[in-house]
Design a protein around this ligand. Structure first.
Ligand SMILES: *Cc1c(COP(=O)(O)O)cnc(C)c1O
Length: 471
């Protein structure tokens, strides 16, 4: 009996890892594992972080960012592109632009830039942060910045200011007003086209309010300093076709535009690469996609008799989502009337405040595990309830269930972990019911540091004008 026990344990650790879909490349959980005593651990080389250490030190709700995960993703993609460019003898260059709106935290942005990323901004305020970094000499002037979003006068003067400081800032012109406003701009500009192409993905909108229609664009003729043709089709695009089809559509347009705009030399294929949020089925292979994109670009260029264009990638969530997890405490449970096999688990966070994509924008489904007790055989089907007063503040996996450890006498302290929370959630988040935004922890090189404190009641009061000087 005594001898058998450790053997059994070892085997079950591996089984539990599989059971919780950890340690799997295809789901971006290759860094995650279950410790001998059932805690969630995150590996960095031969080092490992125990998530429960973070919970004990910093409490919940907490977001944990792993810069090395972001680094590896950026490095891998740049390597894939550069490798296939070489193998296939493609003459254009590849540029990756970190999408700032997917996560504006300094820790994220600097990590990506340090790996060689350029930047894409979606507003004047994001560009303002770029200016701050430039003033602090935080990056060299080889960094390229593409600027999307409405070009207000303030935005344009910031673009001009940074250009005059020697940075390559490329405003992407999206409509006739912007074209007029940027007529005298002395730097390179891009133009956004609303491609007439349908892809099977989340956004597949019939009417798109971004960019020029194809016909409209070709009528413009000469655009001063035009160097980039840009399109952005969709988000959470899970099929290779969803990238190849628009690329093929863009080429003849690019070739036509190039006739009147000889300095045009770049196609920017925007964002939209899918993340395996649900961890149920394997998504497309990025390596395969990259090789097909280069092959397509080469073939189309040769067919049209043009120089191979440079390619710009603006994938956002693909890089940032898997680099962060969010942790919440289970506050208690409650039976569900008319659904005897499932229980509510209440968490000290919120789907409305913290995981906003659950109910708005894209109606995201998430993968959940717990941070502890991952080796218990006693499991419970649950729906998760957030801490606001809203009936919508819940997660039911679309009427299905989430499997988590059962609350028992032995298991009363349970922490829930949501995966892939690194993109968009923090800026979409809010303070409904005056809930606090989570703390942010950064784990890198074996060290754990607090990057942002959890909001306090006092912080929150100040936002709403309760400065303490009113009686
Ligand atoms: C939002 C956005 C992206 C990033 O989209 P993801 O779905 O996160 O990859 C890229 N380019 C533009 C212009 C965008 O608006």
């Amino acid at each position: 009996m005594v001898k058998k026990k450790p053997k059994k344990r070892k085997k079950s650790t591996k089984n539990w890892r599989n059971f919780w879909r950890l340690g799997m490349d295809e789901f971006n959980t290759q860094y995650f594992d279950v410790s001998q005593n059932g805690d969630l651990v995150v590996k960095e080389g031969h080092y490992q972080y125990n998530i429960m250490d973070i919970v004990r030190k910093y409490g919940t709700s907490t977001e944990v960012f792993f810069p090395y995960i972001l680094e590896n993703r950026v490095r891998d993609l740049m390597e894939f592109f550069n490798a296939y460019i070489k193998i296939l003898n493609y003459k254009g260059k590849f540029f990756y632009h970190y999408v700032m709106k997917s996560n504006q935290n300094r820790d994220f942005v600097l990590t990506a830039i340090a790996e060689g990323a350029n930047i894409e901004v979606s507003s004047a305020n994001e560009l303002f942060l770029v200016k701050r970094m430039l003033e602090q000499d935080k990056f060299n002037r080889k960094l390229r910045v593409t600027c999307n979003g409405p070009k207000t006068n303030q935005y344009i003067s910031l673009i001009e200011e940074l250009r005059d400081k020697g940075l390559i800032v490329i405003p992407i012109i999206e409509n006739a007003e912007e074209l007029e406003k940027l007529k005298k701009f002395r730097g390179e500009v891009g133009v956004r086209v609303n491609l007439d192409v349908k892809v099977d993905s989340h956004w597949d909108k019939k009417y798109n309010h971004f960019g020029f229609d194809e016909v409209e664009l070709l009528k413009i003729g000469k655009i001063r300093n035009l160097s980039m043709l840009h399109y952005h089709i969709s988000t959470q695009n899970e099929k290779i076709e969803g990238f190849i089809k628009p690329l093929k559509r863009a080429f003849p347009l690019y070739a036509k535009l190039k006739e009147t705009n000889p300095n045009l030399d770049t196609i920017n294929f925007g964002g939209g690469m899918a993340v395996p949020y649900e961890k149920r089925k394997k998504l497309l292979s990025v390596k395969n996609l990259v090789s097909q994109m280069i092959k397509t670009a080469k073939k189309e260029s040769e067919r049209l008799g043009i120089k191979h264009p440079n390619l710009v990638c603006e994938w956002g969530s693909y890089f940032t989502a898997p680099s962060q997890i969010s942790i919440f405490k289970v506050l208690g449970e409650k039976h569900i009337a008319k659904k005897a096999d499932t229980k509510w688990y209440f968490i000290d966070g919120s789907f409305i405040c913290n995981l906003t994509d659950t109910w708005s924008v894209v109606r995201r489904k998430w993968h959940f595990t717990s941070a502890n007790h991952l080796n218990t055989k006693r499991l419970q089907k649950v729906w998760l309830a957030g801490s606001t007063c809203d009936a919508d503040d819940r997660y039911t996996a679309s009427g299905n269930y989430v499997l988590l450890p059962k609350l028992t006498e032995d298991i009363s302290d349970l922490y829930v972990v949501a995966f892939d929370t690194g993109s968009y959630q923090y800026t979409l988040s809010n303070n409904h019911c005056l809930l606090s935004k989570p703390a942010m922890i950064v784990c890198q090189n074996g060290e754990i540091k607090l990057s942002r404190k959890r909001q306090t009641a006092d912080d929150l009061g100040k936002i709403f004008g309760w400065n303490g000087d009113h009686k």
